[in-house]
Design a binder for this molecule. Structure first.
Ligand code: FES
Length: 161
């Protein structure tokens, strides 16, 4: 495949994305980006790789490992710029996980000042909602944030105050 006149050099891609060229080479070595070479051996990236890099940066900031990001990017076509449908398909792959993360973050935001069933029993409310660390029967960690229901609320976690 020949480079297109609008393709970007690694320096241009770095400048536009704010990444170091070494980071771009690293992503390429991990299969997250693919370049083509000029006759002189220089890397050229498609303009659509700007969006691809943005996706990588955002998903990394959200805590996804590179392997999971690469797995999702594998759903995009190998050649040519991905179109809207391609990105929609990729978004569907992330939706369930993102919804779960959003739910967890909302719970964390709303419950951090109340009992989360972690076993500390350090808040006054813990003695009401987690007497004797009953939440531990569900396993380790903050049981009420992980999805266990609080018995004193009739199974509704959203009532834990
Ligand atoms: S906050 Fe830790 S058991 Fe309630």
């Amino acid at each position: 495949m020949k480079p297109h006149p609008l393709d970007l050099s690694i320096g241009q891609l770095a400048e536009r994305t704010g990444l170091a060229t070494s980071a771009i080479r690293f992503y390429e070595s991990k299969g997250l980006l693919t370049s083509i070479r000029t006759a002189g051996g220089q890397r050229r990236f498609q303009r659509s790789d700007l969006r691809r890099v943005s996706f990588i940066l955002i998903t990394q900031a959200l805590g996804y490992p590179l392997s999971a990001i690469a797995e999702q990017l594998d759903h995009l076509p190998e050649s040519g710029a991905p179109n809207r449908r391609d990105w929609e398909r990729l978004a569907r792959g992330f939706r369930a996980d993102l919804d779960e993360r959003i739910r967890g973050l909302e719970l964390l935001r709303d419950r951090l000042t109340s009992c989360i069933g972690c076993g500390c029993l350090s808040l006054k409310a813990c003695r009401i909602y987690n007497p004797g660390d009953a939440a531990a029967s569900g396993g380790t960690g903050p049981r009420y944030l992980l999805g266990d229901t609080c018995p004193d609320t009739g199974g509704r976690r959203d009532r834990v105050e």
